[in-house]
Design a protein around this ligand. Structure first.
Ligand code: GDP
Ligand code: IMO
Ligand code: MG
Length: 427
């Protein structure tokens, strides 16, 4: 049995798409377990760039079972668009399966997200309707793909749309939705994806039972987790490893390793505390060199030094067994590089990631400063080929987190990846 959960160890955009695609070579099945089209995962293969929002990042391999799990909030319009785009790029999507228990993200969810962001509740969301869709799921007024097949669905849907319209009209001065037009569109999308819909928990567990390799691909990151992140500046799902079990329908006893994807520095997009954020030239340099602009929204990402307090926290709440370190090449030109090892606050040094937003906002990061390597890493294919200063930086991360590394990425391409430890058990 070899089931690997892959999670973002920071604030998202760590390079999960690239690492998933790389590990997918060895896997038999790749499962997206939470989030929705707020995710933007990039895979680059032979100069071709693929931007994936809902699709598991194993989709480029025609022989892998790719699954959108029950934990995903499914925007059907975006899903169908993404399927068509991939097909036009010559990608075979026939191995995709979508959970019959996945909740449908409706047009009104997007509208509420937009209106709430506009109306002063500014979290800097991606405006993809994520919060309102998961809120409806928890309130038990959401609709799963399986529900659409029920004979009473049109009537239940009409009641709910009427309710949503009343809120839209009274609170937001919005005209509301024509539920019949929405229903027609919805049924058209469901028909389009009909052949993909399945009991995916059953399928994934059958793959595991056969002793095959499964990769559970997280979206967003640990610090955006609804429970473990910097609440309320978080997303509305569980990107952490526990969420992988729930969102894929796989028991915790079946997971063999948990890989945290960590950028060699930090970024955040949207609002919320970010202790190591840089407002200076170093921050702009990282943004430009790292092309730190959102895959989903195009927004410039906030950039800062690597934060080992964050990584230690991610190691704890996810039970990380491995780290995949990405984008180390972005630091190639730095004279010196810094890692935050604690937060100074009111004369004390804090080493455990605090729950208080006030502390996170007001604290001063304590850094260790190390020599830069001032040479390009993009061609390095083995750990030994890395310059000493880069190896020291990586070793420092291992020492500070207590987690071994399994992969070091030195560029966006598939082959710009150094394997340092295997994560899938050999047969
Ligand atoms: P994800 O959301 O975690 O999948 O990450 P994104 O795709 O949103 O952002 C990561 C970006 O960095 C993408 O443009 C990747 O192609 C790129 N990338 C991934 N790994 C590396 C790396 O090691 N070096 C460089 N320079 N770029 C990378
Ligand atoms: P991937 O999977 C980075 C951020 C948004 C906002 C907050 C809440 O590509 O790493 P939401 O739309 O989810 O309600 O927004 O979360 N956010 C992400 N940041 N990467 C992501 O996904 C993100 N998905 C959401 O910017 O701050
Ligand atoms: Mg992204």
């Amino acid at each position: 049995m070899s089931v690997v959960a892959l999670v973002g160890a920071q604030w998202g955009d760590e390079g999960k798409g690239k690492i998933t695609d790389f590990l997918a070579r060895e896997a038999d099945c790749v499962v997206r377990y939470q989030g929705g089209s707020n995710a933007g995962h990039t895979v680059v293969d032979g100069g071709r760039k693929y931007m994936l929002h809902l699709m598991p990042s194993g989709i480029l391999y025609p022989d892998k079972l790719c699954v959108i799990g029950n934990g995903v909030a499914l925007d059907l319009a975006i899903l169908v668009e993404e399927l068509k785009t991939l097909e036009s790029q010559g990608i075979d999507t026939s191995n995709l399966r979508i959970s019959n228990r996945a909740h449908i993200l409706m047009p009104y969810h997007k509208k509420f997200d937009e209106l709430q962001e506009h109306g002063g509740r500014q979290l800097g969301t991606t405006r993809r309707g994520i919060g309102p869709a998961y809120a409806d799921k928890m309130e038990r007024v959401g609709f799963r793909l399986a529900d659409v097949m029920d004979t009473d669905f049109p009537a239940r849907f009409a009641v709910l749309v009427r309710e949503k319209n009343r809120i839209l009209q009274r609170l937001y001065d919005h005209a509301g939705y024509d539920h019949e037009a929405m229903l027609d569109k919805l049924l058209g999308y469901v028909e389009y994806i009909q052949d993909y819909i399945a009991d995916t928990s059953l399928l994934v567990n059958q793959v595991i039972d056969k002793g095959r390799k499964v990769l559970l691909e997280g979206a967003q990151g640990t610090l955006l987790d609804i429970d473990h992140g910097t609440y309320p500046y978080v997303t509305s799902s569980y990107p952490t490893a526990g969420g992988a079990c729930i969102g894929a329908g796989v028991g915790p006893t079946r997971i063999s390793r948990v890989v945290g994807v960590a950028k060699a520095y930090s970024t955040r997009v949207g609002e919320g505390p970010f202790p190591t954020e840089l407002d200076d030239e170093a921050g702009s340099h990282i943004r430009e060199r790292g092309a730190e602009f959102g895959t989903t929204t195009g927004r410039p990402r906030r950039c800062g030094w690597l934060d080992a307090v964050v990584l230690r926290y991610a190691a704890r709440v996810n039970g990380l067994t491995d780290l995949a370190i990405t984008k180390i090449d972005v630091l190639d030109e730095m004279d010196t590089v810094k890692i935050c090892v604690g937060y100074r606050w009111r004369g004390k040094i804090i080493q455990e990631f605090p729950d208080s937003l006030r502390i996170l906002q007001d604290c001063e990061p304590v850094y260790i400063e190390m020599e830069g390597w001032k040479t390009s890493l993009s061609g390095c294919r083995t750990y030994e080929e890395l310059p000493t200063a880069a190896r020291r930086y990586i070793d420092q991360i291992t020492e500070l987190t207590g987690v071994r590394h399994c992969l070091i990425a030195t560029g966006p391409e598939r082959n710009q990846t150094i394997v340092t430890n295997e994560v899938f058990a050999r047969k």
